[in-house]
Design a protein around this ligand. Sequence first.
Ligand code: NDP
Ligand code: MG
Length: 401
Amino acid sequence: MTGTHGRRLVLLGATGSIGTQALDVLTRYPEVARLHGLAVGGSRPEIVADQVLAHRPERVVVSDPDRADAVEATIASACRTAGASIPRIEVGPEAVTDLAGALGAQDVVLNAITGSVGLLPTLAALESGARLALANKESLVVGGHLVTEAAAPGQVLPVDSEHTAIAQALAGVRHDQIDHLVVTASGGPFRGRSRDQLAQVTPEQALAHPTWSMGRVITTNSATLVNKALEVIEACFQFDLPEDRVQVVVHPQSIVHSMVTLVDGSTIAQASPPDMRHAIGWALAHPEKLPGLAAALDFTTAQSWTFEPVDEDTFDAIALARAAHREGGGAMAVYNATNEEAVDAFFAGDLTFLGITALIRAVLEHPERPRAERADGVEGLLAVEAWARRTARTLITSAEL
Ligand code: NDP
Ligand code: MG
């Protein structure tokens, strides 16, 4: 592989589903980058200690101050036992953003934090000039204009199977040759169910995704189709298209990861067995290809791929997001923040499964909802977010849903 010698990686969200798979890619392809620093929330100290010993980063950041002592003690003890030097350990959300902005144009930041807390690190990484491998779709959805304005052409490489697929399908295609994008959706564990059948869904059932193994929030979002809704908006910003040129189609096998239909009527698809290491490795190594990165499709055995429309009467998440995106003014920040609160409430037993998108609708339709104009910058967005979280919590406890 050429062109990556001496490249450093900052990995935000190292202990998560994407983070651990990224380190797996790094272990198998050490020529891709050397791990300079990692950031975590702090809930999995043993995993962080193992990662420190395996990859020897210079810097470790723990976002949650209440968990920092435990992480620090576990790392120190593991390093002493192994005779390894203890990395610099910093604490707090500002330190995460600081680490995200610490590298330069030859380097890469993989943002695999869950939630809109990833926005400030995303902006810091862009400002530093580093390549941003972006799994944290929330930062693009919530701060779309800020992120796209801060990004140089080609600086953001998506780590989301659909968007990675579209980016690959668009190689050699001019923007004016695109008719529309087709984002595929597995349909989640409740494909084919009616609203009545969804009324009693439990968190355990929502976590049983048919084709992907992922973190708790994105798995729940896949069940409500909020994940697909976020991905439509992610595609609008990543590929500079309005929402009515981003279609969604249900493809339960999760093999065709997305498609692009061109103005001449041709559709280009990217296909591979579901394995996020493909998207991670693609974004880290681009434009190189990592040999043997993930299993390829095997066409020596019979298989069928099916496609069907989304049942938008049962799942209203996508229509709500399209309307929020058309409106702009921070409406997507309200949508996302409310969803994050709703998922927590669903797991706490305070909200039903159908209550998740009902809450998003209620907060979006709230008569006092504030707007964030572009001139208000990131502070304006964060203020709108904070309002949405407060309002969502009030509605949850007032049992109006
Ligand atoms: P996980 O919940 O598995 O992991 C989240 C990671 O972020 C953990 O390492 C967690 O640390 C860390 N973290 C949480 N808060 C902070 C913070 N404030 N600062 C620094 N680190 C923090 O999530 P996933 O890996 O599933 O998803 C990560 C992102 O990637 C999401 O935006 C998701 O939508 C996206 N994505 C994920 C896919 C997947 O297959 N998983 C596919 C496509 C996109 P700790 O362990 O200490 O809590
Ligand atoms: Mg995806």
